[in-house]
Design a protein around this ligand. Sequence first.
Ligand SMILES: NC(=O)c1ccc[n+]([C@@H]2O[C@H](COP(=O)([O-])OP(=O)(O)OC[C@H]3O[C@@H](n4cnc5c(N)ncnc54)[C@H](O)[C@@H]3O)[C@@H](O)[C@H]2O)c1
Length: 418
Amino acid sequence: MRWNENATKNEPHNALPPPKFAGATLLARHVCGAGFSKENETGRNSKNFAPGRSTNVIRQAVKKRKLRVGIIGAGWPGQQHARAIAESAEAEVYACAEADRTRAEEFQSIFAPQKRYADYRDLLGDPGVDAVVICLPNFLHFPATLAALEASKHVLCEKPPTLNGPEMVLLREEAAKRGLVYFFSRQFRFSPAMRRARELIAEQRLGQIYFAEATWVRSRGIPLGVGGWFTEKARSGGGALIDIGIHALDAAWFLMGTPRPLSVSAAVFQNFPHLVKNAVFDVEDSAFAFVRFANGAVVQLKTSWAGNLTDEIPEGQIFGRELNNCTIYGNKATIRLRPLTLFEDVKGKLVDRALEPADDADSFVLQMQNFLEAIAGRAAPMNSAEQAVYLMEMLDAIYLSSATGREVPIARAGKTPA
Ligand SMILES: NC(=O)c1ccc[n+]([C@@H]2O[C@H](COP(=O)([O-])OP(=O)(O)OC[C@H]3O[C@@H](n4cnc5c(N)ncnc54)[C@H](O)[C@@H]3O)[C@@H](O)[C@H]2O)c1
């Protein structure tokens, strides 16, 4: 259904209240960011990237024009990706699908896409669309990505890639079969601090990495989402872990070089139902996990939407006390992202060195650049389908470990070392 046709009748969310995010406005929502390295740009994941016939057909078709991208879901992340496309010389924001009329109109007024739809399925039926960026509520990531691949569109999908590992395995297979690019959004990987940290790690400044602390905690920051989906398991897949814990875990895992995950011991909790105004709240508001990797390294993850946090956690602007950080420990040095600092063993003495971020380049812009280069066949996708499988398997194992009260093995559907 196109907006300028019959749009208001069937749109699922038009009657819903505007998004509320514990006091946040739409554009003041999450700010995330992290890592990009030469080895990844030039082929570290190239074994996962096998352009096939559909890719080549699309490449030929778009050779003389810009790649046409459709944004699906026009909230904060949809607008960030659209901004990144608008900064690219090789792509355009060609279409948008958004069920909420106010949001659709705001998006139209900023990015002026040629085509506008109320439902994502109608956008996928538009043969003019070459690639899509999916920014829908979590439960729609899998069906929308699958439908997009079936419609021969390249896909960049917001986190979490899917609701679980088996769904992501299917998407990996589908994208590979069709020779299309699948890319999950993790703009943190491209942030200036992350890129600087990756440079130092590539130079072996940390030595052998054996431990990482991954943290994203808030004292009062339970999100709602349009229609209250963030706190409803059937539509979100989980709570703090799948929303912000996934960012923290991925930041540490990525800096460690994406080692193969082996097992998890974890506990998730729901302690703050009195802070939630949504009709349904059946997800965790905090999660704590210990992940073991095949190379012997381990990660400790702490994440919460709500907690009675102590005063060494700084007060944030929106969510009460808040800390989003990552520290990687090596036998030669430790690196912390915020503030970016190296703690280095110099002849047995520990020396603290404040570091400058790589530059101030925008992480959404760099991420989009990598996605577009992957479609053009000039680079491997940094945030690959294979890595998305491992990431979802780690989350599955965290929930399973919490439910069973035991350390659980990772499903190991990943085909190659991550
Ligand atoms: N990378 C990041 O930093 C970041 C930040 C925020 C959110 N996210 C992710 O982005 C996704 C969206 O989050 P959000 O905060 O924008 O949620 P939201 O609920 O605010 O927005 C989702 C949008 O999808 C639209 N929608 C729902 N069904 C639709 C359909 N069938 N067709 C077209 N539009 C439809 C809704 O109207 C709504 O505007 C989530 O998966 C979230 O995890 C990522």
